[in-house]
Design a protein around this ligand. Structure first.
Ligand SMILES: C[S@@+](CC[C@H](N)C(=O)[O-])C[C@H]1O[C@@H](n2cnc3c(N)ncnc32)[C@H](O)[C@@H]1O
Length: 156
């Protein structure tokens, strides 16, 4: 999987103005969490797709993104997927949306999710290699900050 270098401390300044949940994805993500009562959301950003009917703890390394979580959001800690600061089997389930393409490598973060959550591990992602002219080009469309980030990514 290619890793996308994006500075979320910059992109995060405007992230909430263009990030929208897709209700079809939301229902599948929430169904995937099954009966889990405790959930960690890894690479949580500003909280998209976090369920409101269970206990959730968000994990997010960007201070800008953490600061832009709406009032009433789940609590958030500063940590990365590759080294989750939790004991084995600490929570029922784990989720990660639109983030594993940033992990270094993704496999390490996925193994960490499996280690800390014995139940469902729900991932929403897509192939960036296959979609550079497709979904990647419309992701966050309209954001000047994202435009700058993607131009940098294409150069690297
Ligand atoms: C496209 S945003 C997605 C945020 C949120 N999950 C959503 O669906 O809106 C990607 C997020 O992954 C975070 N991220 C980047 N590298 C990470 C890592 N190594 N571990 C955990 N999160 C990471 C970024 O800070 C950013 O908030």
């Amino acid at each position: 999987m290619s890793r996308l270098r994006v500075d979320y401390d910059e992109l995060g300044l405007t992230y909430n103005s263009h990030r929208r949940e897709d209700p079809r994805l939301a229902s599948r993500i929430h169904a995937g969490l099954g009966q889990a009562r405790t959930v960690i959301n890894v690479g949580a950003g500003t909280g998209a797709y976090e369920p409101s009917d269970r206990w959730v703890l968000a994990v997010e390394p960007s201070a800008t993104m953490r600061a832009r979580r709406p009032p009433g959001s789940a609590p958030v800690i500063d940590a990365r997927a590759e080294a989750l600061p939790f004991d084995d089997d600490a929570v029922d389930a784990a989720m990660a949306c639109a983030t594993i393409h940033h992990w270094q490598p993704a496999a390490t973060g996925l193994a960490e999710m499996r280690r800390v959550a014995p139940g469902p591990v729900v991932i929403f992602t897509w192939s960036w290699r296959a979609s550079r002219s497709g979904s990647a080009s419309i992701w966050l469309r309209g954001s000047p900050a994202s435009g700058r980030c993607f131009r940098r990514w294409r150069k690297s």
